[in-house]
Design a protein around this ligand. Structure first.
Ligand code: DP6
Length: 356
């Protein structure tokens, strides 16, 4: 009896230009394009095994050992349905292929990073799910084509199909056929950029990205300004900065965009707060660090960015990392570099204190 099984993994990505807002909540079509850095393949990743078998009665999924319900019409069901439909096309073209599209699948997924790190796992999770089904079904699809499907699992997941620097083009088609991820540059283009994750709190976030961004779309006038007048220019400018390996511009835009994303959250009614006092203290520290460098005729040395939670991600060229880590440890005395540090582009991760 043949065994039909495949395993794939996908890393976490952290946005420099934030996705926040959907114009179509079912297809997950965003109100603006976004751009992220996918973290190192060796660290922070989801690994997923999918198996198809005629004896399976229904599709089932286990996440970190516990079974998750696959709700009819939900995001998981949509991704599995879309992947089976691509498999059907393969079977129609090659009648000798086994009819895997008619079998149920069992999917088992694990994250290699502690849930305590408070990092969103939906991006790596859905990207790994789609990649493992693509391998199982032997689909001739490109990462961009697969990103169309992982996008329907979680918007940010479309960007984890590529390594390095990745743009999610918002597209304009109402069926979502041009809302996909493209590579801006591979990691090897600019391996000097490192990401340092400062775990401020591992609490579950109060407002989920999905519901938070919907409330922002419905109530924030600032979001309308952002999507029309700010993001398009930033997307071009940061892409150029990446291609030119211009850290100064990359850092400036990354920090501005994180700030505007959190401003848009504050402009939401009722307001959404993701950062806390420790997050803001880290912003002050990075700002001061950069100010001293610029005052001495130098350039920006680090860039902070925050997603829908209080944890900081600091992007920096490798040569500044030691200095940044000792600075964080000095000003946040509770902070301890993890005993078994998971490097991100080779960097150490630091727990930057806990929230009071
Ligand atoms: C702040 O991708 O988690 O991290 O599409 O509803 O699943 P859904 O939202 P999600 O939102 C991510 C928001 C963000 C910014 C970003 O990653 O671009």
């Amino acid at each position: 009896m043949a065994i039909y099984q495949a395993t794939a993994s996908a890393p976490v990505n952290i946005a420099c230009i934030k996705y926040w807002g959907k114009r179509d909540t079912k297809l997950i079509l965003p109100t603006n394009s976004s751009l992220s850095v996918t973290l190192d393949q060796d660290h922070l990743r989801s690994t997923t095994t999918s198996r198809a078998d005629p004896s399976f009665e229904k599709d089932r999924l286990w996440l970190n050992g516990s079974e998750e319900e696959i709700k009819d019409g939900g995001r998981l069901a949509t991704c599995i349905r879309e992947m089976k439909s691509l498999r059907r096309e393969v079977e129609q073209k090659n009648p000798n292929e086994p009819k895997l599209s008619s079998f149920a699948v069992h999917i088992c997924s694990r994250n290699n990073f502690p849930t305590a790190a408070g990092l969103a796992s939906s991006a790596s999770g859905f990207a790994a799910l789609v990649s493992s089904l693509a391998a199982l079904y032997k689909l001739p699809a490109t990462p961009s084509q697969l990103s169309l499907i992982s996008r329907q699992g979680s918007g940010s997941a479309c960007r984890s199909l590529f390594g390095g620097f990745v743009a999610w083009k918002m597209g304009s088609a109402s069926d979502g056929s041009d809302s996909l991820a493209v590579e801006v540059a591979p990691q090897s283009h600019w391996p000097d950029i490192h990401a340092l994750i400062c775990v401020v709190s591992d609490d579950k976030k109060g407002t989920s990205s999905t519901s938070g961004m919907q409330r922002t779309v419905e109530t924030s006038p600032l979001l309308q300004h952002r999507i029309k007048h700010v993001v398009p220019e930033r997307m071009n400018a940061i892409s150029e900065a990446i291609l030119a390996k211009d850290f100064d511009t990359f850092a400036r835009i990354t920090m501005q965009d994180s700030n505007q994303f959190h401003a848009v959250c504050l402009d939401t009614d009722p307001p959404i707060f993701y950062m806390n006092d420790v997050s803001r203290a880290i912003i002050a520290l990075v700002t001061e660090y950069n100010r001293l460098s610029v005052e001495n005729g130098g350039k920006l040395k680090a860039a902070y960015t925050y997603d829908a939670g209080p944890n900081a991600v600091i992007y920096a060229p490798k040569e500044n990392l030691k200095e940044i880590i000792s600075m964080v440890v000095k000003y946040f005395p509770q902070a301890e570099p993890f005993k078994d540090p998971f490097g991100l582009f080779g960097a150490q991760s630091v727990g930057a204190g806990s929230v009071v």
